[in-house]
Design a protein around this ligand. Structure first.
Ligand code: 0RA
Length: 659
């Protein structure tokens, strides 16, 4: 090394060290940057890298993004954009690529022209991915050359170097998540598939592919119809009211607005809203603008064209949204995110932008398509009539409940303390399991509500029918927080912090669980958003030797128990999972799948499934509401075939249920 080179090297490492101080913070508190270090946070890394390519596409320079999960669990994201700039950074002296990869960017965006994504956890920047990866390698192709730099836990291994020539351009990032940081580094195809599909629907010019080299699975998403295709996808299993979704697209005050909606034969309202490709679960000003425009345009049309008589029946906004599936996507330059989960748009100007644009275009559409307009209005009139009937039914239920002393359901075995934060209620299938649970519980803070027979399938019933259902009534009064949407529910009067679904590990049990989740999803969504709903995890296996009975939650635990019971040979002989109806009898031991909760005595039920010290609970979350909606429809709809396919496809992942 010459003196000059030496000095350069020292200077280089000095700047690098300074630059890396920010990334140290990321490694110290990863959850602050990516939410958590579990499955969700892990997959968030991929989203973060993909988001940068999406931005490049939205800027108009890229149309193809490919994601590859490699055999060794590293992931590559490649785009055909301009490539991250590689020249020396004017301030930092090192290459811009290194600045981008190794500096924590406030807000995350290094190109201010694009729509800033500052909500939730998105847009923290690719340097966060680098910091949380054991290694990361970036190849930038631009200006006729391929450049490369590699990093270890966020620190560059070497200065950016040239690999060769190329006529193309683009950015290719490969990273291997750090197992010191993440609880698991096992990427799940389905999780990435869901998000990438959503992104492809939201950005109709981009082709996005996902390849899994571990099993050669591959999907390619490219939806020319954009949100129109998205709405059709969400409603795959529903009967549409009109031939194709109504589609509105436009730009106002530099704010692009895209909307598609369709009506179907269900009674639920399904509006999914996005801001800068982020699902705004809690809605906000854009949603309000859309609802206002929809109600006004349809109402005006109805009265103007004599489809409803003045004073005869009043159609409310809700009526115009019965059986509605809509996706609204806006791009906002400086979004203000509010709400509990920071997924509620606060920008007031966006309301009038959406309201005016949708109002104008929808009014025009209705005038040009009278038969379509008529069908929609007729449906809304039927909804209004049903709503009146429902209100009468609801008033009746209320009155009945008010007379009923404390109005708690008779079969509820309540807990003795009343502080909701420490109380839990178990929803248990059938009276026999209910009996075990009542005996096994800690009655101070655990309440048991046995549910008899089948819960009503709420996908196929209007509200007044639902309110007449005994099991549903029992839940509503036990929970104490009301029923309906955000406006109708009051979580401050919720009587239990945890609502735990405890069903058998068989087909019936999973059906009941799905019915319950469907009910919560449609009529008590705030409970899901507030993370109140859990699924109990009874053990998977039962091992019996003489009078000793032990339970195991997975294959490894099963084999360990068998060994401690002196059956090393038996454990060796069992290879992989034991099937549903299989009973293995070997070396004086019986190993079988655990099926019904009724199989266990109260102490065993407490030890394995109810004791907070030892149990596992699955939290039910609502990561992707559009996909959840589609799944519920598939599970609860009339078609048997898609239901079967779904159950087969998801059987592997039952332990990680994201609604
Ligand atoms: C800012 C400027 C330029 C490119 C990019 C950002 C860029 C970033 C990423 C991240 C992933 N893929 C990307 N592609 C492009 C280029 C500006 C220019 O060439 O003039």
């Amino acid at each position: 090394m010459t003196k000059e080179q030496e000095q350069q090297a020292r200077q280089y490492s000095e700047t690098s060290i300074k630059v890396l101080e920010g990334l140290e913070a990321v490694r110290k508190r990863p959850a602050m940057y990516i939410g958590d270090v579990g499955v969700r946070g892990l997959h968030h890394l991929v989203s973060e890298v993909v988001d940068n390519s999406i931005d490049e596409a939205l800027a108009g320079f890229c149309d193809t993004i490919s994601v590859t999960i490699h055999k060794d669990q590293s992931v590559t994201v490649e785009d055909n954009g301009r490539g991250i700039p590689v020249g020396p950074h004017p301030v930092k002296k090192i290459s811009t690529l290194e600045v981008v990869m190794c500096t924590l960017h406030a807000g995350g965006k290094f190109d201010k022209q694009t729509y800033q994504v500052s909500g939730g956890l998105h847009g923290v920047g690719v340097s966060v991915v680098n910091a949380l990866s054991e290694w990361c390698e970036v190849q930038v192709t631009r200006d006729g050359e391929v450049h490369q730099q590699r990093y270890t836990r966020g620190a560059p291994d070497y200065k950016i170097k040239k690999l060769g020539k190329s006529k193309k351009s683009g950015t290719k990032t490969t990273f291997y998540p750090d197992a010191e940081i993440f609880k698991t580094i096992d990427f799940r195809f389905e999780v990435l598939e869901e998000r990438l599909r959503e992104l492809a629907y939201l950005n109709k010019t981009i082709k996005i592919s996902l390849k899994d080299e571990r099993n050669d699975e591959e999907v390619i998403f490219f939806f020319k119809g954009g949100l129109k295709d998205f709405v059709e996808y969400i409603d795959t299993n529903r009967q549409p009211l009109i031939k194709k979704p109504i589609y509105i697209e436009g730009m106002r005050d530099n704010t692009p607005v895209e909307l598609a909606f369709q009506y179907n034969d269900s009674y639920s309202e399904n509006i999914f809203t996005y801001v800068n490709n982020i699902n705004t679960h809690e809605g906000g000003t854009h949603l309000v603008g859309f609802k206002t425009a929809l109600t006004r345009a349809l109402n005006n049309y109805a009265y103007k064209n004599g489809l409803v008589k003045e004073g005869k029946i009043s159609i409310s906004g809700d009526d115009f949204r019965e059986g509605l599936t809509a996706v609204l996507s806006v791009k906002v330059a400086e979004p203000q995110f509010e709400g509990q989960t920071k997924t509620k748009l606060g920008n007031s100007e966006t309301k009038s932008i959406v309201e005016t644009l949708v109002g104008e275009q929808l009014t025009l559409f209705l005038e040009q398509n009278p038969p379509v307009a008529k069908r929609i209005i007729e449906k809304a009139v039927r909804a209004a009539e049903a709503r009146n009937a429902a209100r009468r039914a609801r008033d009746l239920t209320r009155r009945k409940n008010a007379m009923d002393s404390l109005s708690l359901p008779g079969k509820l075995a309540d807990c003795s303390i009343t502080d909701p934060e420490h109380c839990e209620i178990y929803l248990v299938e059938g009276d026999s399991a209910g009996g075990s649970a009542k005996q096994g519980r800690d009655r101070r803070f655990q309440a048991i509500l046995p549910l008899r027979g089948k819960i009503l399938n709420v996908e196929k019933a209007r509200l007044h029918k639902i309110l007449e259902n005994n099991e549903i009534n029992a839940m509503v009064s036990a929970f104490g927080a009301g029923i309906g949407g955000e406006e109708d529910m009051d979580l401050s009067s919720l009587r239990y912090g945890k609502i735990i679904i405890m069903t058998d590990a068989d087909v019936d049990g999973s059906h009941i669980r799905t019915l319950l989740l469907t009910f919560f999803f449609r009529y008590m969504k705030p409970l899901l958003e507030n993370k109140n709903v859990y699924i109990a995890q009874p053990p998977l296996y039962k091992i019996k030797k003489g009078k000793t009975e032990r339970y195991a939650f997975d294959d490894d635990e099963r084999d360990e128990i068998i060994r401690t019971l002196g059956g090393a040979k038996v454990a060796d002989a069992i290879d992989g999972p034991v099937d549903e109806n299989e009973v293995i009898k070997k070396g004086g031991m019986t190993v079988s799948r655990f099926k019904g909760l009724g199989e266990m005595n109260p102490e065993q039920l407490w030890d394995t499934t109810m004791n907070p010290e030892t149990r596992t609970l699955l939290l039910v979350t609502m990561e992707n509401a559009a996909e959840a909606d589609r799944l519920f429809q598939i599970l609860m709809g009339d078609d048997v075939e898609p239901r079967r396919q779904f159950i087969e496809r998801n059987a592997r992942y039952v332990r990680n249920l994201d609604v």
